[in-house]
Design a protein around this ligand. Structure first.
Ligand SMILES: [Zn+2]
Ligand SMILES: [Zn+2]
Length: 198
């Protein structure tokens, strides 16, 4: 009971000060489908979401190209790109938590409409131990040979821009500036640098 209250508090605080309520057992969990599903079952249960716990499933998708993961609600299905197996395990866990956070947010919201990467999702990310997660789904699967090691994402449309060299000045999303600001730079669409492992 005490823990649930703590999480409610957590859920509604705009800036979660506490680190991981949920330190994932990174090492112990086997990363085959069953192991990941079991981890999601337990995590949802501990967050007080019995239906999500019962129904959540994780599966590997071999047809995904650059998308790392996807969450389906109300199906409560998480699909992970098989290429995640070739990357550092942190990438897999980060993606899994990112997607589970979507399901947690939707589960709590019920019929209420919420922003996919809004406050509810960010709160769920914090509870799952990824407090600074960005709404960023693309991993450097493609273009690896070009060594475009720098990735930037638009905070508005989430379009990702990859560069060989880092951008040293304030750059905003061209599409969004054009659509919403008459083609003039606006800080609201300033690109955010992504930390990616290539
Ligand atoms: Zn997302
Ligand atoms: Zn944009």
């Amino acid at each position: 009971m005490g823990r649930w209250f703590k999480q409610l508090e957590f859920r509604w605080s705009a800036r979660p000060a506490v680190a991981a309520v949920f330190p994932a057992p990174e090492v112990e969990v086997p990363t085959h489908d069953g192991g990941l599903t079991a981890w999601c079952n337990e995590t949802a249960k501990a967050l007080g979401l019995p239906e999500l716990s019962r129904r959540v499933r994780v599966s590997w998708n071999s047809r995904m190209r650059t998308t790392a993961g996807r969450a389906w609600w109300p199906d409560r299905l998480i699909e992970l790109n098989v290429k995640l197996r070739d990357l550092a395990p942190e990438e897999l866990w980060r993606t899994l938590k990112h997607e589970l956070a979507h399901l947690v947010a939707y589960e709590r919201a019920g019929r209420k409409r919420i922003d996919p990467h809004g406050a509810e999702w960010r709160a769920a990310c914090a509870e799952l131990g990824i407090p600074n997660e960005q709404p960023y789904h693309t991993l450097p699967f493609k273009g690896r040979r070009l060594k475009r090691n720098y990735a930037y994402v638009c905070p508005n449309c989430f379009e990702t821009i990859r560069r060989v060299k880092p951008i040293r000045r304030a750059v905003a999303c061209y599409a969004c500036c054009r659509k919403f600001n008459g083609g003039v730079f606006h800080a609201r669409f300033e690109l955010i640098e992504q930390k990616v492992k290539v």
